[in-house]
Design a protein around this ligand. Structure first.
Ligand code: DGT
Ligand code: CA
Ligand code: CA
Length: 580
């Protein structure tokens, strides 16, 4: 566990103590300790090794022992005990943005509300207002928070769905009698969130396949079992719909169950106009029922006079018209990626050294990476002081001599301060190869202020990329209030790229915004925002968002070689210099 995680545990303890109605001084002690840990600029592990934990303000014998336990075991027994003393559903209330322990406690005392559903009902019926100090606005906030958490529960981020699907597919592949197999539904379309997993199989023995399927080890409950369709719930609570069709209908069924519904409706009406019908078995002549095709998706599109449409585009957002005119865009692909943008090392809040990241990035087949540790204001992430980032430049220089021809470009994920200034002076920024700017504080500014703040940062000649432009966290935090189009236009005008951040809960920009950014003329960049090596594998999520945004290799910076990228960066720096 690192210092941020430990601080979060202390906050969690404070919340639970408050729910239990314990001594306010004790609660306050945990909160203070959490805050001081977050603002700690020294290395926590180093302090622990030198018996220096108690030098941290607010940390005495007891808390220092707890920190040691977490550092050594990655767990805290005291937290587990506390959790047992508070009903789980009550503690769950705390996951709702806008509901702190004080609110939860009040609602519990007054109405005995113990779950998110209870709370929602009370807010909807205006009952919460009976509590002194509760206003309509607070009720609204609570309802918004409940909605955020509930959608987060009903739909999972694409990355989670992909991971779950991997396990499910591994199990399915052990079944006998499968001729073809594919995922379908929103998962195949790579939608940013997915409700359930749809899987399609072609088999001459559907019953046998279904029998085997409902007995696979990950199955927790069977909701329906039929010859062509079964639904189960996995141990993680995810619904899986499996359909089995004959081989010569596989393409038609895949098309049908991939969706989207809107895309399919358009295809059907297109077919109807030519006297054809489409269903999950094939495409037929309406009059005599003669079958034209069904085995492959391509054949069905062809009968309709369309080129095959990649699943990511099947949302009825102009793809059918484009396919008819042969104007579907070339979509970006993982193999177009030449460089890994946005990587954090142990210098800030990453888990691995620069050299370890470079090794892993090189193994992915990339030719360069951009190092982008946090800047000084972001204490919670051990942001680098000016002196430290200058020291880092030296280390990178030495590494580059050894790692040739692989290249580490220097950089920073520099904070955009609440007033739009950057967290390093230009004199420091100009020494870096590529500067990435991002908002990590004051999320609740009003729209005009936030827009002015971000546009100001985009105008800085040294800022080449804006990271996670909307700031949303799926199921946790809404995007900040921001005039996106104003930002995209400024980005296009100044030569600043917009990031598609691959972090599973971010996916920011998402498909809709990424497409808007492209249409405004801005470049994009796909970044894994890697803090630990396994996160390099999330690149596929960003590629998926980019493809859904109609983005091709030429629209992203990652397809450039390092020198080309540096020339692109220099252009903004030079042009802006001429103007000012
Ligand atoms: P989701 O599950 O909400 O993330 O989104 P989908 O698109 O996976 O939706 P789902 O699982 O209900 O259905 C999978 C596909 O099956 C859907 O994309 C299109 C097709 N489908 C399902 N129900 C209907 C329907 O009533 N009409 C038509 N045309 N297609 C349907
Ligand atoms: Ca689905
Ligand atoms: Ca489904």
């Amino acid at each position: 566990m690192d210092q941020r995680e430990i601080a979060e545990v202390f906050e969690q303890i404070a919340d639970l103590l408050e729910l239990k109605g314990e001594n306010p001084f004790r609660i306050q002690a945990y909160r203070r300790a959490a805050l001081n840990l977050k603002n700690l600029s020294e290395d926590l592990r180093l302090l622990a090794e030198t018996n220096g934990l108690e030098r941290i303000p607010g940390i005495g014998k007891d808390l220092s022992a707890k920190i040691l336990e977490m550092l050594q075991t990655g767990k805290l027994r005291y937290l587990d005990e506390l959790k047992k003393q508070v009903p789980a559903s009550l503690a769950e209330l705390l996951t709702i943005p806008g509901v702190g322990p004080k609110t939860a406690r009040l609602v519990y005392d007054r109405f005995h509300a113990k779950s998110i559903d209870d709370l929602e009902r009370l807010a909807r019926t205006g009952k919460l207002r009976a509590i002194p100090g509760f206003q309509a606005k607070k009720e609204e906030n609570i309802l918004r928070g409940v909605a955020l958490v509930k959608t987060g529960k009903e739909r999972m981020p694409l990355g989670e769905a992909m991971e779950a699907a991997e396990e499910v597919l591994k199990g399915i592949k052990t079944l006998k009698g499968i001729k073809r197999l594919s995922v379908a539904g929103s998962l195949r379309r790579c939608k940013e969130t997915v409700r359930d997993l749809d899987i399609l199989i072609a088999s001459p023995q559907p019953e046998k396949v279904m029998d085997g399927f409902v007995r696979l080890p990950f199955v927790a409950a069977v909701q329906a079992q039929g010859e062509t369709k079964s639904s189960i719930r996995t141990r993680q609570g995810i619904q899986v719909d499996l359909r089995v069709v004959p081989l010569d209908s596989f393409g038609a069924a895949l098309l049908y169950f991939t969706g989207s519904k809107e895309h399919n409706i358009r295809l059907r009406s297109l077919a109807n106009r030519s006297g054809l019908t489409i269903n999950e078995y094939g495409i037929f002549h309406e009059k005599d029922g003669k079958k034209f095709a069904g085995r492959e998706e391509e054949e069905i599109y062809e009968v309709l006079g369309l080129s095959w449409i990649p699943p990511e585009l099947r949302e009825d957002r102009g793809e059918i018209e484009a396919a008819r005119k042969g104007l579907l865009p070339q979509l970006v692909d993982a193999k177009d990626i030449e460089g890994s943008f946005h990587n954090h090392s142990t210098w800030s809040d990453g888990r691995h050294s620069i050299e370890e990241i470079a090794g892993a990035v090189r193994k992915q087949g990339y030719r360069y990476m951009i190092l982008s540790d946090h800047s000084q204001s972001l204490r919670i992430a051990k942001g680098l002081s000016e002196a430290r980032i200058l020291a880092q430049l030296k280390e990178v220089g030495a590494l580059n001599r050894r790692l040739k021809p692989f290249r580490i470009l220097t950089g920073s994920e520099v904070d955009i301060l609440p007033d739009g200034r950057l967290d390093y002076p230009d004199a420091v920024l100009k020494k870096l190869d590529v500067v990435i700017a991002a908002v990590h504080s004051a999320f609740k500014q009003p729209k005009e202020m936030m827009t002015r703040r971000i546009v100001k940062a985009v105008r800085n000649r040294y800022v080449s990329i804006l990271a996670h432009p909307t700031g949303r966290l799926l199921g946790e935090r809404d995007p900040y209030a921001l005039d996106m189009e104003a930002v995209f236009r400024e980005a296009a005008r100044t030569g600043t790229a917009m990031e598609i951040n691959c972090c599973t809960v971010r996916m920011d920009l998402n498909d809709v915004y990424a497409r808007q950014a492209k249409e405004c003329g801005a470049k994009l960049v796909i970044s894994t925002d890697t803090h630990a090596l396994e996160q390099l594998g999330t690149l596929k999520l960003g590629v998926a968002m980019a493809r859904r945004a109609w983005v091709g290799p030429k629209d992203i910076l990652n397809s450039m070689g390092a020198d080309e990228l540096l020339r692109w960066v220099a252009r903004k720096r030079d042009v802006t210099a001429e103007k000012t």
